[in-house]
Design a protein around this ligand. Structure first.
Ligand SMILES: [Zn+2]
Length: 501
């Protein structure tokens, strides 16, 4: 479970002393770092460089002897020569190619042949030239297909290139379907460019589950063009956030109107996936989740991840036509919720988390219900804090969330959830089904950009399933047969608790 603190910087020969002086300061202030990767055409001047106050330093360097892939100099300085793979004492793995365009071209066959032999994924790729796909995405024509081939093979967590001396740019992170790994590509300009020439990052090694955490600003993988997923129940969720490749900003599309006959949750939609229905009542129904987050366990032979959905096509319960309708619907949804929490607790010895978003820009309100082993439920508030930190501090384009605890039924709580002008996001944590759940609720402003995957992100972290954050990831996909089987098992476990009986 190691994470490695890495510094990546770019300098030319003329300014190297000043650059290193700055990095020494940075190392004492924000460090100590475990490694410094020094980019630039520096290899001829390295022997005179002093290294006091710097972490172990690595210089990608080019020479004529292609068989020579690394050289240890004195004072913890290592040259990473030509093209190779190198593992640091900390376990961090790096692939490097300091070749410029001409050198890449001259050695193309050699590099591709050698690449064939690499049979592991790495943490960092350092290349002089950027990949061609990402250079294009960033509005440049200066990338190389050879770098693309390396990227595809080693799936680095970070790819640092340094061909553009003047501009820092970074592409939206993307995920590799099969492995679930996340890759971030960026260009580091030179010291003196007035842009971000030094990049500090904490890299989680592969044995750390948060290495696979999907960030909210995830973009599409340019190497794996995704096909439209027609079966997507939560399709709207993932297409709502678009990444602009030039500004890297994630933007909400204008709210689109989903008519009931196209709505995944409406009975009037001829394509509704009714093989996933568990139970139908007067005003609402229960269905299993597409690409479920939780998985069958010894104590519970089915996923248990389900959705409680009003039959009416409304974005929030508080938009019911009359107060009576509102109360009746609310009661039924809560009865469903409690009946599942009871089954989970009494029959399977599990706790339960219920997540919902009440927003006038949603299309069809629903609650997500997920069983959680009792020994993990205590992680909830720290998981929430952690994801809040990412949401509020790291991804500042997301609206700020601020959760407070409430008691179900208190007037303070009712005033919020029954007010149709208030938008909110809520978790209910049923440690047992005997006591009132603890409610964590955050309001937000209408139209404010919120991370619709936030709930799933938090609960995935509680469950320690970092690879199951995205409902449509290959890990979470089920065949129709598996879905039918899951429903059967759910119904058989639920029959003595079902409120529609
Ligand atoms: Zn609907």
């Amino acid at each position: 479970m190691a994470s490695i603190k890495v510094l990546v910087a770019h300098s030319n020969v003329q300014n190297i002393d000043d650059a290193l002086a700055k990095l020494t300061k940075l190392n004492s202030k924000q460090g100590p770092f475990d490694a410094l990767f020094m980019l630039g055409d520096l290899h001829n001047s390295i022997k005179e460089i002093h290294t006091d106050g710097l972490p172990p330093t690595f210089y990608p360097s080019y020479n004529d002897d292609v068989t020579n892939t690394s050289t240890d100099l004195e004072n913890h300085v290592t040259l990473l020569n030509n093209f190779g793979i190198y593992q640091l004492a900390t376990g961090l793995k790096v692939v490097y190619t300091p070749h410029n365009f001409k050198q890449l071209d001259d050695r193309k066959e050699l590099i591709l042949q050698k690449l064939e032999m690499f049979n592991e994924k790495v943490d960092i790729l350092i290349s002089h030239i950027g990949g061609s796909k990402h250079s294009k995405e960033a509005g440049r024509n200066s990338g190389s297909d050879i770098i693309d081939a390396i990227l595809r093979k080693v799936e680095p967590k970070y790819h640092f290139s340094y061909n553009d001396q003047l501009k820092y740019y970074e592409n939206a992170p993307f995920q590799w379907k099969k492995s679930g790994r996340i890759t971030r590509c960026m260009n580091i300009p030179v010291f003196g460019s007035k842009e971000k020439w030094a990049y500090a990052v904490l890299i989680e090694l592969d044995d750390n589950e948060s290495a696979y955490e999907v960030p909210p600003n995830i973009g599409s993988n340019p190497f794996e063009e995704s096909k439209q997923n027609k079966r997507g129940r939560e399709a709207k969720y993932t297409t709502d956030i678009k990444v602009n490749p030039f500004t890297k900003e994630t933007q909400m599309k204008k709210p689109k109107i989903v008519l009931p006959n196209q709505c995944h949750f409406c009975f009037t939609n001829p394509n509704i996936e009714d093989h996933m229905f568990i139970s139908i009542n007067k005003n609402s129904y229960l269905t299993t989740a597409k690409g479920p987050l939780s998985v069958p366990k010894d104590e519970m032979p089915f996923s248990g991840h389900c959705l409680i959905i009003p039959i009416k096509h409304i974005p929030k319960i508080s938009q019911s036509k009359t107060q009576e309708e509102l109360l009746e619907l609310n009661k039924e949804l809560n009865d469903y919720e409690l009946s599942i929490a009871r089954m989970n607790f009494i029959k399977y010895d599990m706790s339960t988390i219920v997540f919902e978003i009440s927003s006038s820009t949603s299309f069809h309100f629903h609650k997500q219900v997920i069983p959680v082993p009792k020994y993990l439920i205590f992680n909830f508030s720290s998981a929430l804090d952690r994801q809040l930190y990412f949401n509020n501090e790291k991804f500042k384009l997301n609206g700020n969330l601020n959760f407070k605890q409430y008691t179900v039924g208190s007037s303070e709580y009712n005033d919020i959830v029954n007010d149709k002008n208030i938008e909110y996001m809520q978790f209910k944590v049923y440690e047992t089904s005997e006591e009132q759940p603890i409610v964590y609720l955050s309001t937000f402003l209408t139209g404010e950009k919120i991370d619709l995957q936030f709930g799933r992100r938090v609960i995935a972290y509680v469950l320690r399933y970092p690879k199951r954050i995205m409902w449509n990831s290959p890990t979470c996909q089920q065949t129709k047969e598996q879905e039918i089987e899951d429903v059967k098992k759910f119904q058989s476990g639920y029959k003595n608790y079902d409120i529609s009986n």
